[in-house]
Design a protein around this ligand. Structure first.
Ligand code: SF4
Ligand code: FES
Length: 257
């Protein structure tokens, strides 16, 4: 099959970018999208041109490194699929595909399709951890977790931090990512000691970055390759409200009023 690619090319964060058209000729429908870009890049390198920069690592849909927008949709047209797991059979012979990086102020373009997602790291640093003794693995039944909580925590923990939710949101909000990270620890017994601090800290960190506010558009859930539910956003809002009230009460008690 043959595809026409209109790819965003940008040398550095400080230079202007533009779309450049490439032909992907005689590519195989069973190739992954990234394999097709590898083939295009081999052709560019052979001609002495700079290859298209894009991020990837596992190519198995588990690490969260890959991600760009294909024809306006983060990770492309297949629901619940990262771009590394997307195959060319999802497209038709002769299709014209526009490929561009995540567009969000909090994710500045580094080069071509690569964006800087360090803002997500700073949100995690603000509370995405538990302060419990680590070491050898505890007995599986040493700390009982209700099945429903374990299942929900597992669903939230599936977030791979790819950033597609931010790219799809008209406000470039990071609420789905933050909600998943706050929830997966907040649902487990090990996450209780820092639950309030975590919700307050991570939301404050998110607000400090250039992400927009959530207005319940639902675009994040629609493009999330791990199908994280926006119900976690409602859960985060409840956790944050609880943490805020408890924080104020504790401050009043400390002040003796
Ligand atoms: S919530 Fe989904 S789209 Fe957002 S970072 Fe996590 S895996 Fe990616
Ligand atoms: S390269 Fe790891 S999720 Fe795509």
């Amino acid at each position: 099959m043959n595809l026409t690619l209109k790819v965003w090319r940008q040398k550095h964060a400080s230079t202007a970018g533009r779309f450049v058209t490439y032909e992907a000729k005689n590519v195989i429908p069973d190739m992954s999208f990234l394999e097709m870009l590898d083939v295009v890049n081999e052709g560019l390198i052979t001609k002495g041109e700079a290859p298209i920069a894009f991020e990837h690592d596992c190519r198995e849909g588990i690490c969260g490194s890959c991600g760009f927008v294909i024809n306006g949709v983060p990770h492309g047209p297949r629901r619940g699929t990262t771009v590394c797991q997307l195959h060319l059979r999802a497209f038709k012979d002769g299709d014209v595909l526009t490929i561009e990086p995540w567009r969000a102020r909090a994710f500045p373009v580094v080069k071509d399709l690569v964006v800087d997602r360090a803002a997500f790291d700073r949100i995690i640093q603000a509370g995405g951890y538990v302060s419990v003794p680590t070491g050898s693995a505890p007995d599986a039944n040493g700390l009982l977790v209700p099945k429903a909580d374990a299942d929900q925590a597992f669903d939230a923990a599936a977030c791979i931090g790819c950033g597609a939710c931010v790219a799809a949101c008209p406000n470039a909000s990071a609420m789905l990512f933050t909600a998943a990270k706050v929830s997966h620890l907040g649902l487990l017994p090990q996450g209780q000691p820092e639950r309030d601090e975590r919700a307050r800290g991570m939301v404050a960190a998110m607000d400090r970055e250039a992400f927009g506010s959530c207005t319940n558009m639902g675009e994040c859930e629609a493009v999330c390759p791990k199908e994280i539910s926006i119900a976690f956003i409602a859960r985060l809002n409840r956790d944050l409200m609880r943490a805020t009230f408890r924080g104020r009460r504790a401050a009043r008690e400390t002040a003796g009023v």
